[in-house]
Design a protein around this ligand. Structure first.
Ligand SMILES: *Cc1c(COP(=O)(O)O)cnc(C)c1O
Length: 378
């Protein structure tokens, strides 16, 4: 079955007891057992809950994986996946990485003995050159946050295979509707489900998805042992949001393409970062590995005054942290998603004080353009 059909039927677990078209929210911490010798499928809700299981099965199916694991946030998913490594292990990480991932790598896992080298992952040579005898994994985002840099995921996964490394990809901006890294040879797909997967700005959640059975067992062990699971209410809300993933992504992406073109021709916009623009350096690589450019773009304005005026004056987008909701969200990476990164690191990565990130929601694209035009000039 095609993605759209699986999206509806896979995220549509029917209650086996009543036939209800929506899986119940199993709001329980534990499950009664009948026999001392034989426990049922569910025993304690950290280890398993039918509502969470329905969501995990839907996400695994959409990513083309064998197992998915739901966590209490994208950072919990990322951190739990990083638990697969040991003190002294080394990771090669894309330099343009989500601020929270940078923070957990450098300040938490760093303190605990994980070594990291940040590289410009738009270059496969740079990735390979950073590999040392202690390297155990490559951690990527494509498109990256906030500069929408593109990594050749198939190429990176091939390098990883040659060196016996795991490839981890944070695919939050794409969702499995637009890009499926497991099919490109990557090992672990990570998501902040808070964003497009849930899509309604009302849940914080995260996922790790794998194909390999041994890797699934290892992440399953971490999920249960470390325990950063997603609760049943949030699993249910995410299942509900997931059903409209295709129509939301399609509509938001259509608007994003229009807005990116408008921004690219605007005299006071000095740069637009969007893999849907042919001028984007990663355009061809992205087009080969994803079926669309997505609904997040970043741009730079000619002055700080104009940037501040836009962020504070915008009506039709929330000036907020986050992305991927039904409402457009305008954010300021320097003080939001990448505030956890020291100013010098931000500057060296090109995250300037006039950089704005726009997540395009479901408003009419012309209304959004008019609102932007009101603040930066038509
Ligand atoms: C938001 C985000 C995260 C973190 O997810 P949370 O759900 O906020 O913990 C990780 N990666 C990317 C690309 C994100 O946008």
């Amino acid at each position: 079955m095609k993605f759209a059909t699986r999206l509806i039927h896979g995220s549509h677990a029917i209650d086996p007891v009543t036939g209800a078209l929506s899986i119940p929210i199993h709001q329980t911490s534990t499950f009664a057992q009948e026999s001392v010798d034989h426990f049922g499928k569910y025993d304690y809700a950290r280890s398993g809950n039918p509502t969470r299981e329905a969501l995990e099965e839907a996400i695994a199916d959409l990513e083309g994986g064998s197992r998915a694991f739901a966590f209490g946030s994208g950072m919990a998913a990322i951190s739990s996946a990083l638990m697969l490594f040991s003190p002294g292990d080394h990771l090669v990480v894309c330099e343009d990485v989500y601020g929270g991932a940078f923070r957990v790598l450098t300040r938490l896992f760093g303190q605990w003995g994980l070594k990291v080298t940040f590289v410009d992952a738009t270059s496969l040579q740079a990735i390979e050159a950073a590999i040392t005898p202690a390297t155990r994994g490559i951690y990527l985002e494509s498109p990256s946050n906030p500069l929408l840099k593109i990594t050749d995921l198939k190429g990176a996964a091939a390098i990883a295979k040659r060196h016996g490394l795991l490839t981890l990809v944070d695919s939050t901006f794409m969702t499995p509707y637009l890009q499926r890294p497991l099919e490109l040879g990557c090992d672990i797909v990570l998501h902040s489900g808070t964003k497009f997967l849930n899509g309604h700005s009302d849940v914080v959640c995260g996922f790790a998805v794998v194909q390999d059975a041994d890797l699934a067992a290892r992440i399953g062990f971490v999920q249960n042992a470390f325990g950063a699971i997603l609760g049943p209410q949030d699993c249910w809300l995410t299942l509900r949001g997931l059903r409209t993933l295709k129509v939301r992504m399609e509509e938001s992406q259509r608007s994003a393409i229009k807005i990116a073109a408008w921004l690219a021709s605007h005299p006071r916009v000095t740069r637009v970062y969007y893999p849907g623009l042919e001028s984007h350096p990663g355009y061809a690589v992205h087009a080969a590995q994803a079926s669309g450019p997505g609904a997040v773009l970043s741009f730079e304005l000619e002055s700080y005054e104009l940037t501040k005026g836009l962020l504070e004056g915008i009506d039709l987008a929330a000036f907020a942290v986050s992305l991927g909701g039904v409402e457009s969200i305008l954010s300021y990476p320097a003080k939001m998603s990448h505030a956890a990164m020291p100013a010098s690191e931000r500057a060296s990565r090109g995250i300037s004080d006039t950089l704005v990130r726009l997540s395009v929601g479901l408003e009419d694209a012309d209304d959004l353009i008019a609102d932007l035009g009101r603040l930066i000039g038509a």
